[in-house]
Design a protein around this ligand. Structure first.
Ligand SMILES: [Mn+2]
Length: 259
């Protein structure tokens, strides 16, 4: 896709893992959404800790549903000021076209090329490039199949929520056990950049925010910019936006955890 000619500032965020149990992070996101000076916002996956189906939005007496509706209102309000693009992460890949549209967001395929200010960026959540995590790649292939998704979405909401809690418990246990996660595979990142004629890969997922120079000799040099996850109560807080401004090097903006 091509950036609108009028865009001067473009923001990228990912891995906020918004959930009802982490109100400080949600509040920081709400303030950011109301105040960003960006001309466009790209959300590169895992905005939500989990998304078990768009029918959650209509559920009554459900704290997750009330929280999701609040988030939708925030997205709607922002999308009236600036275009908001959404790419699925591995936690919220079931967020559907209907909720995206009702939230004012445009869904993007993973990966998506963005031409902005004479540069070609390649946008991805990043999980598909973590080739070292073989078990996860198998799981990903399975859950991205339309038949698996239709089968899952046909289950009662409570059953899907229980399944999601199980996955989160597994993931937390793995983290507590000190297991290390595969990072983005450099060869895969380079071949993806080459295939799309892009020079800079922007992705999240790994929670390892850093600027990597992949090929200094290429013209322009090939880079991989990794977004931070969000946690307002971590010490120090992690509330970071990657901001591109026409004519400037990419910048990272650290937001304040309290107003
Ligand atoms: Mn992820």
């Amino acid at each position: 896709m091509k950036a609108e000619p009028a865009w001067r500032t473009v923001d990228f965020i990912s891995d906020l893992h918004l959930q009802v149990g982490e109100p400080a992070t949600a509040a920081a996101w709400q303030r950011y959404m109301a105040s960003t000076p960006a001309d466009a916002l790209f959300i590169l996956g895992d905005l939500f800790e989990v998304w078990v189906g768009d029918d959650l939005m209509a559920a009554t007496d459900d704290p997750d549903a009330a929280f999701a509706r609040q988030c939708q209102q925030i997205l709607q309000a922002t999308s009236r000021r600036l275009p908001v693009y959404f790419m699925h992460g591995n936690r919220d890949f079931l967020l559907g076209e209907d909720v995206a549209r009702a939230s004012g967001m445009t869904l993007l395929p993973d990966p998506t090329v963005l031409d902005f200010a004479d540069q070609r960026y390649l946008l991805s959540h990043g999980d598909a490039l973590c080739l070292g995590d073989v078990d996860y790649q198998q799981f990903r292939v399975q859950v991205r199949q339309p038949t698996w998704q239709a089968h899952f979405l046909a289950k009662p909401l409570a059953e899907r929520q229980a399944f999601a809690r199980g996955l989160r418990a597994q993931s937390a246990a793995r983290k507590d056990s000190g297991a290390t996660y595969a990072d983005v595979d450099t060869a895969a990142a380079l071949s993806c950049l080459h295939a799309h004629g892009a020079s800079t890969l922007i992705h999240g997922h790994t929670h390892r925010p850093q600027d990597h120079l992949l090929d200094a000799d290429a013209q322009p040099p090939l880079r991989r910019l990794v977004l931070s996850d969000w946690d307002a109560v971590a010490q120090p807080p992690r509330l970071e936006v990657l901001r591109l401004r026409a004519g400037h090097a990419p910048g990272r903006v650290a937001l304040a955890p309290t107003p």
